[in-house]
Design a protein around this ligand. Sequence first.
Ligand SMILES: Cc1ncc(COP(=O)(O)O)c(C=O)c1O
Length: 384
Amino acid sequence: MNPHTCLLRNPPKDLACPRYGLSHIRPYRINRVQRRINCKTEREHRREVSPLKEHPEKKADRQPVEIGSIWEAKERIASHILQTPLLLSPALSEHTGGPVYLKLENLQPTGAFKIRGAANKILSLSPERQKRGVTTFSTGNHGLAVSYMARRFGIPAVVCVSRRVPPEKTDPIRRMGAKLVVHGNGQDDAESQCHRLEWEEGLTLIRPFDDPEVIAGQGTIGLELLEQVPDLGTVIVPLSGGGLFSGIGLAVKSNRPDARMIGVSMEHSAVMHQSLLQGKPVTLQEQDTLADSLLGGIGLENRYTFSMVRRWADETRLVSEKEIAEGMSWMFHQHKMVVEGAAATGLGALLSGRVRSGSQPVVVTISGCNVDPSVLLKAIDAGA
Ligand SMILES: Cc1ncc(COP(=O)(O)O)c(C=O)c1O
C-alpha cells in the first residue's frame, strides 16, 4: 500500500503518534478524521500540496494604505488608463440648485473604473508572479479589467464568476483570452473557487476591492478630482466592497478634509451599508438588482475597506430599483450616454433628493457602462 494515498481505514499499527496514536503517514486525500489522526491542520496540509511555500499575503504586510501609494499608482498606471473627463451637467445642476459634475469612468477602455486598481496591482507584481499567472473573482467589471491587463502583458488569467454575472460582462472576459470559471449563485461562491486556484495552482489573487494596491489604483480618481475641481464640496460614490470609496476617500479627505464623501448602494443586499450599521462585516443573501455590479459580500475577515469606508464616509444612502432606473434613463436622455445600474445609483440619489447638494460643487462618480442592452431599454422605459 502506498502510504501517500492511504485512507487510514486500516492504519498500520507500528506508526505511533504520541497524541493520536498514528504518525508519519502523509495522506494527500484529506478529511477531518485523517487530519486528527495525523496531527495536521488543514493549513499545514495545504502548504504541502500547494506550489506556494507560504501564503503570499502575510500578516506583516498589512500596513494601512497611505496617500503616497496613490501617487505611486498614478505614475505606474498612467499609460494604461484614461484620465477621465469631468463633465458639468447643466440639467442636474438645475435640478439640484448647485453645480453638479459627472466623473466619466464609463469611458475607460474596459467601460469601468476597475482598470485602475487591476492595473496597479498587476504592475506591482514581480515578473515571476506575473509569469505564474493571476486569478480573480468578480461581478464582472473587475474580471474584465484583470483580463484586459493580463492580455496586454501576456499573463495567464483565470476569472471566477457566479451564474448571476450577465453575458454582457462574461463574453468580453472570454474574448480577452482569460479562462472563465462559472461557479455558484453568488460572489462568495466564485471567491471560494478562486482561493482554491490560488492555493493549488499558485496563481496570484487579484482581489476586487480589499487590497492595498487595488485601493490605491481606484484612489487615482480622487487625485484627478482634486485637480479638476479645486473647490470640491461633495463626492458621491457607488458603494459595494468599498475599494472605490476607500481610494477616493483617502485621496480627497487627505487634501480636503471638509469635502463630504457619500456612498450609495441599492436597497437589495447592500452589504457594506448593513455592515456599517452593525459595526462589523456581515453577510446578506444576494437578490436581483439593476445594480448587479454592486452585489457580493465584503468578506467577514475584511482587512482594509470596512475600516476605511467607516473612517471616510460622511453618509451612506440606499436607492430603490426605480431610482436606479431613473438615473440610467436620465443619463440616456440628458447626456445621450449609456450607464449601468451601479453607476446610476449616485444619480438616483441626487434626483430623488436622498442626497442634497449645497452651493459647492458635487461630483457624481459614473463608474461604468457595461449593461445588457435589453436591461438598459427596460430601465429607460421604467425610469422615464
Ligand atoms: C460599475 C461599478 N461601480 C461601482 C462598483 C463598486 O466598487 P467597490 O466594490 O470598490 O465598492 C463596482 C464594483 O464592481 C462596479 O463594477
